[in-house]
Write a protein that binds this ligand. Structure first.
Ligand code: AMP
Length: 421
């Protein structure tokens, strides 16, 4: 088995790794580090939790140490979709370069720029950024990318999902052509491959698929339940069992807030984390969760990316995702390292098709638990209404939106009608 020493890394990097307690490289590190040290571009299929950050951070630090010219300028840039990831990546760079004089700064939106600008003014070698704030500060001539040698685009699929494509293209136009480029994405659909071609030159590819191991490690069950009964089922579950920490996934921000309200009404301590919350509120919430002070965190998929909680014991898919791979990412939040986690998915009639798509991806049937007070019989899927469908229906019938909403939440009757149309 390889050790970090075998890569010929700088002694100051090895010292930092020893301090962190890293003994052996993870599979993606073992594959990617030698490629990157040789200066190749890299296309990596890997997600958070695989040791991906060190896989790109260590070679970048090594290069920067070798090429030190005494001047401070931004030589490495990592662009990542969320503030949480940006902070996490920056913390990792700082740890790995703790015994060097390299400086790392992190910039992200949603907070005033003042303290970030102060950090930049001190001089920075490595910059971690979310796209919007980066372009903003470049526009204000506070960030200068003309000395850039290393460019990392992280979580590219998430970037596109969040609508950052134009920002990314603008960034690519700004940065120097001559550079080493690294492109990471958890999934590799066609549009991602297309984008990677715009960024990478002659590249090598590494692929680490944690999907299967996570799916195998985590024990997964499905609770069939009517949409209207989901809050009661969640309260029942959390009251009946003890879980150290529970991460509940909601499809929407509004839904996440609603779940928190229902839990609080039942005297269960819970907080929501999603894009509508301020950066400070998100950090506070996350810390309270990691410290075990808030036992239940309700999150949307985007906000949950990068949440790295050692002792996460339960993941609840309150809503099933309609992209099967997202399910694998979600359950990958539990069952980290040695721990084996539990994932419970609520599935109403509208989500049956999503469930089947997930089972097809996993290539196995997920066990149904029927011994619960809100069990829903039957296996007939109901189609999800098209976006705006309720409103159009309501308008057709000369009804106000309020009534349309009432009908929507009244469940089966409405669904049957909408199916007939
Ligand atoms: P990442 O995929 O970069 O988010 O890393 C996931 C977690 O694994 C982080 O908490 C890292 O600090 C940790 N980690 C990364 N590489 C190693 C390693 N070689 N040995 C032990 N832990 C590691």
């Amino acid at each position: 088995m390889k050790t970090f020493r075998d890569f010929g890394l700088d002694p100051n990097i090895l010292k930092a790794l020893a301090k962190e307690g890293y003994t052996h490289p993870t599979p993606i590190q073992e594959q990617a580090i030698p490629i990157l040290l040789k200066g190749h571009d890299l296309l990596g299929s890997a997600q958070t939790g695989t040791g991906k950050t060190a896989a790109f951070a260590l070679p970048i630090i090594q290069h920067l140490l070798k090429e030190r010219d005494g001047r401070r300028s931004i030589k490495a840039l990592v662009v990542t979709p969320t503030r949480e990831l940006a902070i996490q990546i920056s913390d990792n760079f700082k740890k790995y370069s703790a015994f060097t004089n390299l400086r790392t700064a992190v910039i992200f939106g949603g907070v005033k720029q003042g303290s970030q600008v102060n950090e930049l003014d001190k001089g920075v070698d490595i910059l971690i950024a979310t796209p919007g704030r980066l372009l903003d500060l470049v526009g204000q001539k506070i960030v200068d990318l003309s000395s850039l040698d290393y460019f990392v685009l992280d979580e590219a699929d998430q970037m596109l999902d969040m609508g950052f494509i134009h920002d990314i293209k603008r960034i690519i136009r700004i940065i120097p052509q001559k550079r080493q480029s690294l492109f990471f994405s958890a999934t590799m659909p066609k549009n991602i491959i297309e984008l990677s071609k715009e960024i990478l030159g002659n590249y090598k590819r590494v692929s680490i698929a944690p999907e299967k191991p996570a799916a195998e490690r985590v024990s997964q069950v499905v609770y069939r339940v009517a949409k209207a009964d989901k809050p009661k089922l969640l309260v029942h579950l959390l009251n009946e069992n003890y879980y150290f920490t529970t991460l509940v996934f909601s499809r929407t921000k509004h839904g996440a807030d609603k779940i928190v309200r229902k839990l609080k009404q039942a005297n269960i301590k819970a907080e929501a984390i999603h894009g509508n919350k301020s950066q400070n509120a998100r950090q506070r919430t996350l810390k309270a969760f990691k410290d075990g002070k808030t036992p239940v965190l309700v999150a949307t998929d985007i906000a949950a990316r990068g949440i790295d909680v050692e002792e996460l014991s339960l993941v609840v898919n309150y809503d099933l995702p309609n992209v099967a791979e997202t399910y694998v990412h979600r359950i990958g939040r539990t069952g980290r390292a040695k721990a084996s986690g539990i994932s419970i998915s609520f599935c109403d009639d509208m989500e049956l098709k999503d469930l089947w798509a997930i089972e097809e991806l996993l290539n196995k049937k997920i066990e149904r638990v029927e011994d619960q007070p809100y069990h829903l019989e039957g296996n007939t899927p109901v189609d999800r209404p098209a976006p705006g469908q309720h409103r159009r229906n309501a308008q057709k019938q000369g009804q106000g939106q309020g009534q349309a909403k009432k009908r929507q939440s009244s469940g089966k009757n409405f669904r049957r009608k909408s199916r007939r149309r």
